[in-house]
Every structure is written in C-alpha cells, then in structure tokens.
Design a protein around this ligand. Structure first.
Ligand SMILES: C[S@@+](CC[C@H](N)C(=O)[O-])C[C@H]1O[C@@H](n2cnc3c(N)ncnc32)[C@H](O)[C@@H]1O
Length: 257
C-alpha cells in the first residue's frame, strides 16, 4: 500500500517523488551558493536534473523562449499562470516580466507539495518578492482574486494545468469580464500533445460560430461570452514528448450588443 494517504496518485511523469528528489539534488549541488539569486542558474540546474535523472513536465527551453519573446513584446505589468508544478516556468517568466518593468507574477498550483517546492525554488532564484505562488484550484483562486479586487483585467495568462480545464477556466474569465480587447493575451501549452481540441475550437472560432456553439447543451456551470473577438496563432515545436504546440490568443474586440 502506498504511504501517500492524501497526495494525488503518481502519473507516468510526475508526483512519484521525483519533484522532492529534484529539491535534494539542487541543494546538494557543490555550486548551490552560486544559484542563490540567479534565476538562469536555477533553471539550468532543473534542466540538468531533467536530462540526467528524471523527466519533469516543465514547459521546456524552446516553448519557454517563445513565451519569453512574447513577454518582451507585450511587457505585461502582471502575469498569471495556471499550473506551476516545480516552478520552472514561474522562474523563467517571472524573471522576464520583472526585467521588463512588470509589477507581479501570480502562479496558481493545486498540489500543495508542488506549491511548496515551487516556492522554495522561486525563493532560491531571488524572486520571492515578485512571484507569488498561491496553492488552490485555478477556478476557485481566480474567482477569489476577482472578488478581492486583486484582478480587474487579465494582461497575460499562461494556461498549463490540465488540458480539460483550459476551456472551463477561459469561460470563467469571460464570465468574470476580465478579458479585455487590446489588453489580454492568453497562452496555452500542450495544445497538440496531450492536446486541447475543445479549447482550440473555441479560441479559433468566430463570434458567430461561438454564438451557435453556446446554443448547444452541456456548457456547464459557467456562462461563456461568445462576443469576444479572438485572434489565435498556433506555434509548433519538437519537444522531448514529440510534436507539441502552444496557442497565443489575443483579445482584439468585443461584439456584445
Ligand atoms: C504541466 S504541469 C505545469 C508545468 C509548469 N507550468 C512549468 O512549465 O514549469 C501541470 C501542473 O498543473 C497543476 N494543476 C492541475 N490542475 C490544476 C488546477 N485546477 N489548478 C491549479 N493547478 C492545477 C498540477 O498539479 C501540475 O503541477
């Protein structure tokens, strides 16, 4: 019987203890002092663990650089991430947002063990005062942030939790009216592998097509806003898991009557 009474079950590539092992690996490194306050060196150490020991489900170098370039272009003052895992992307993108004059980075992670590991690595990277890791389910935390008036509009959000949650969480953002034309950019990872077909269908549709879609049954508890005009581009990459892609969706209009 597993000694994990409350933790999520291990998957093929995660939650089997490798993430705690990563922390031990990093803190046992002879160059640990040089990692202190150095985001790039912390990222390289995570990359080395991934290459030499066990695969980690981080965004990875190629997709990561694409998103860093996008951050350089958009210069968001605030960025949100859904699904932080061990904090690789939070360190990479948090550092990018900070170096472009941003104000904050909020990472939302459901698994408290991952949240603790990510907070530790964010701290090691010297980003403690910039990157905030909130432990909780994305939908609940997003609603709380809006309710507490900590989130009035989304500038840049990175969806990287479970793919079947991309669309409900996007609809939740639409319902809460925090996606704004000429402001909001929504980036989603793993849209080819494992894939997010329903999400891609929605962000790739015209407002007319979306109005037809919401007439159908099975939308669920949230009320999507089909009137937001999206421009979505797919970027493809060869990764350790094969061909994958990210979508970049810009909110460019609102056709609400
Ligand atoms: C692919 S990993 C994220 C990788 C990370 N963004 C990176 O690139 O370094 C997915 C993470 O999403 C988290 N997750 C799953 N469902 C979630 C939810 N509803 N809210 C927040 N996090 C969630 C998982 O616990 C896992 O740590």
């Amino acid at each position: 019987m597993s000694n994990k009474l409350h933790a999520p079950r291990a998957t093929k590539y995660a939650f089997d203890g490798r993430e705690v092992d990563l922390l031990h690996y990093i803190y046992a490194r002879p160059d640990i002092k040089e990692l202190n306050g150095n985001p790039q060196k912390v990222l390289s150490a995570i990359d080395e663990y991934h290459k030499e020991f066990k695969i980690l489900t981080n965004v990875g170098a190629k997709k990561g650089q694409h998103i860093v370039d996008l951050i350089s272009e958009c210069k968001p003052s605030s960025m949100i991430e859904l699904g932080v895992y061990v904090g690789y992307s939070a360190i990479l993108f948090g550092d990018a947002v900070r170096s472009h004059g941003g104000r904050q980075y909020i990472g939302i992670e459901k698994n408290p063990e991952m949240g603790a590991i990510a907070s530790q690595l964010v701290d090691l990277a010297g980003l403690r005062n910039f990157v905030q890791i909130i432990v909780g389910s994305s939908d609940e935390v997003l609603q709380e942030l809006v309710k507490e008036k900590e989130l009035a509009q989304v500038e840049f959000i990175f969806l990287d939790h479970w793919q079947d949650l991309y669309l409900p969480d996007l609809w939740l953002l639409e319902q809460m009216d925090v996606l704004k034309p000429d402001v909001s950019v929504v980036v989603a990872d793993n849209v080819i592998f494992p894939g997010a077909p329903q999400y891609r269908k929605w962000v790739g549709a015209t407002t007319k097509q979306k109005r037809e879609m919401v007439k159908g049954a099975g939308i669920g508890a949230v009320t999507p806003n089909p009137n937001l005009v999206y421009e979505t581009v797919l970027a493809e990459f060869e990764t350790d898991f094969g061909l994958d892609g990210i979508t970049v969706t810009r909110v460019v209009g609102d056709e609400s009557e």
